[in-house]
Each structure stands twice: as C-alpha cells, then as structure tokens.
Design a protein around this ligand. Sequence first.
Ligand code: SF4
Length: 342
Amino acid sequence: MTVDAVVDAAADAVEVNTPVEVPEDEPRLPSLSPSRAADFKTCPLLYRFRTVDRLPERPTPDQARGTLVHAVLEKLFDLPAEERTPRAAADLVAPQWERLVEEHPELTDLFTAAPGAADPAAPAGTVASAGTVAPEGTVAPAGSPVEPELADPAGFLESARGLLGGYFAVEDPRRLEPSERECLVEAVVDEQLTIRGYIDRLDISPSGDLRVVDYKTGGAPREAFEARALFQLKFYALVLWRTRGVIPRVLRLLYLRDAEACDYTPDAEELTRFERNLMALWRAIEQATERRDFRPKPSRLCGWCAHQALCPAYGGTPPPYPERPAVADPHVGAPPDDDQLS
Ligand code: SF4
C-alpha cells in the first residue's frame, strides 16, 4: 500500500504532544499525538517540517486567543457552580492573558508581529507577507485569513470574550461538574506505539458514562478542519477505551465561534477500525522516516501552512535533512496543536 493510500485510508485527523516522565531503565516507545498524526495525513512534508526539522512557528493571534479561551474555561470551573456566569468568565480574560504573557514572553510582540500589521499595504484580511521567512528564522503563516479584531490588544481581548459568549450559548457551566480538565491521557497500542493527548474536559455521569468535550476556537473555516477535529476525538476515545475499558458515550465538539455543539457517539467496531488505521498511519510515518521521503501534498490547508516558502509545491527548497539521532519522543520540541499555543 502506498503512503498516500495508507494516509487516505486512515480516518480523519489528530492532536497533542508533551513528554511524559519515564523511569530511566524503561525503554521508551515512540509516541504519536493527534496533531502530528493529522499533519502527516494532511501532508507528509508538513509533518517533516514540524516533527523532523522542528522548524519554529511564530504564534498567531488566533492560536494565542485559543489558548486564552481554553485557560479561561478551565479556570471558570474552579469557581463555585452558581458563580460560573458570563460576567465571571469575561472578568477572567484579562488576568489569564497577563498570566499567559508572563509564561510566554514572546506574546508581547504578538500584535506588532501579527501578519498584516507590519505591512500596511497588505490587502485587508490577508497575511502581509505570505510565507516569507521572518528575520529570526520563523515563518509567517501563508495566505491564512486574519481577523481584523485580532490586530490590537483591546480587540484581541474583546474577541476572546465574544468566543466565551459563544460558549455560554451552548452550555450552562452552572449545571456541570467536570471530572477532569486539560487532562493528559495516553495508551500503548500494539505494544509498539504510545498515543497520547490532552482532553479539554472529561465529564463522567453518575452512571459512569464518559463525555469527552473539546473546545474549538479557531478563526479558520470550520469545514477546513472538521475532519481533523473528529479524528482528534476518536483518538481520545480510543485512548480512554484502552486505558479505562469504557467507550465514551459522547464525543462533543463545541464550536465557540458558531455557538454550536456537535455530538458524536463512537462504537467498538469503529474504534477498532480506527486503531488499525492509526497503526497503518504510524507504519507509513516510519517508512517515510527510514526513506527520508516526505512528499508535499497540496490542498486547501496549504493556506494555513507556515512553511510554504520552503515547500517545493510552491517553488521552495526544504532545508537539508537533519543529521541527528532519532529522538525517542518525536513530539519533544514539536509545534503547538491546531488552535492553541504549546
Ligand atoms: S504548503 Fe502545502 S504542500 Fe507544502 S508543506 Fe505546507 S501543507 Fe504541505
């Protein structure tokens, strides 16, 4: 089976990547997160740029806003149930942003470095310098639309509050008591691969039913990334099934911009098929790595690729293949997931 066939056969998309402490005498298995698997499925060369070359990517206002909104929603559930109001969430935005800027000092120049901000001649709503390499070696996203309200700090914070309004339109957090938030889950499949990811929220009913909830905050058209989102949720469902022996009753995507909830119910047959496809995808990744053969696969998602300038499909030349020993965890130093910072 060709790499493309394997990739096309593997259902939807993926996420997450943080190294987990492993005792020194225990051999480490390679690991895969939904986002990096989705990268390979979307475009093998994109996977190489991010995971093998580990090219830096400048955080975008969209990603920073995603991280901010996730942080606020996580913090919101620290409050007593009756205090989880839209006003309380809005009040958390500024302090959570200050905390993020403290933890990620590079965010201080987010707006001066924002695509479109440095070039007043850039057409409204587009990236100023599509795919050009920034002086510090980072690459601006090419061609992806930029929301005008994200161009300055006040508009940025206000747009985060707007997304939180979308959240309250679909859920009432006063009626929820999440079991876990931002929790790392991982499982070994086929005794050869660790799959892991962070779940935004896990709800467990009194009868033991699991509901996996994922907040989507991105400004990109939802249809462009919907397959990735569903793949990510199936990935989490598989991990939970393998570790807890329970298939989640509901996988819930909350699209905050559209104020819409999409529920999906997986079953054992589907997750078994998904697991097979995931292993096929992993074998394709291993094969590409052995052969150092990561081909570009142009699609509409190229508009959100930070590395167009280096892509042969757009007249670029990839950097020399890095000569370094393979890392046990290919996600160390990898870029952030779809709509958040790392
Ligand atoms: S520009 Fe498109 S084809 Fe090229 S590396 Fe990025 S996603 Fe792949």
